[in-house]
Ligand binder design. Sequence first.
Ligand code: AR6
Ligand code: MG
Length: 324
Amino acid sequence: MTKTFYFFPLICIWILKMISLNKYKGCFLGLAMGDAFGAPYEGGPLEQLLWRAIGKTRDGKLRYTDDTQMAIDLAESYLYNDTIDQNHLAQTFAQSYQWSRGYGPSTSQLLRLIKKGKNWREANKKKFKTGSFGNGAAMRASILAMCFPYNVQTLLNSVIKSAEITHAHPLGIEGAKLIARATQAAFQDLDNEKILAELFHQCQSKIYKDKIIFCTEALNKPNIKVSEIKKQLGNGIAAPQSCVTAIYFSLQFRDQKFNSMLNKIIGLGGDTDTIASMAGSIWGAFNGNQSLNQEAKNIEKWEKIDQISKDLFERIHPKHHQTL
Ligand code: AR6
Ligand code: MG
């Protein structure tokens, strides 16, 4: 091995640029907006009817779902511990649990068990022996890119810690790693080809590798139909059926309006809120919050989300936040 190879990681760290506060805010607001604006269109007629009944707060704001709630829990637990403390995070998830946020079935059961005093390490394999491969770990993974923005390996290790509490299946964890790394790359404004090459390199399973290849090809076909994206990449609640879909839309629309991306994702049907939430966080990591601020005010507790983004930014950039 040559000396140049040894120095390569150091050079990589050196050329990383500092991420702005606007990008932090954009990432979290994009997650919450994708979630809250996508939620009325999720699932079939029954789910949509239910959300029509419970999808607004008393003062007329759009409620967010489990996606944003678990993202807030993760950020708050990190800020409290200055690390990912799995026991604390599991308790934080469980204390925030409310059925009306629309948690997935296995996650609902798990969080109720933890609330009753069960250890998450036993409870997380109760419903599925190998753990869940739902997209619930991926939908909060962008927050980890805000906690660990400058080091890939530290980020991926933290994703495993966060994911395995609720989604211990390797495919659930792998989907979360892809979303987290795509967000980290978006913070650095890497170009699409480089992002997808890195994600392909990071993939362990054939299902994700094949989807990243399809995604790379699809981004070079401007007239590709949404129905083809749905068929090839998926629109479901399993991580392999939604994570690469979200990455595709975030990369396709990175230089366009947030709402154009949102409308396309709503048109997909299926798990619209979680796909929009994952894509929204990556879009926000590219573009920041400026164009989101006005519409974000329609969402419940948007000020809290804005404040947590600032707290995360200041925790990671203690010397710089006063100058930005
Ligand atoms: N074997 C078979 N099916 C599985 C397995 C497995 N190992 N793992 C997951 N499934 P869950 P989530 C299927 O409950 O990921 C909400 O709207 C199974 O059908 O862990 O937290 C969220 O916002 C299971 O019920 O949920 C997300 O959008 C389903 O995947 C979405 O639901 C979801 O796994 C998923 O949330
Ligand atoms: Mg969802």
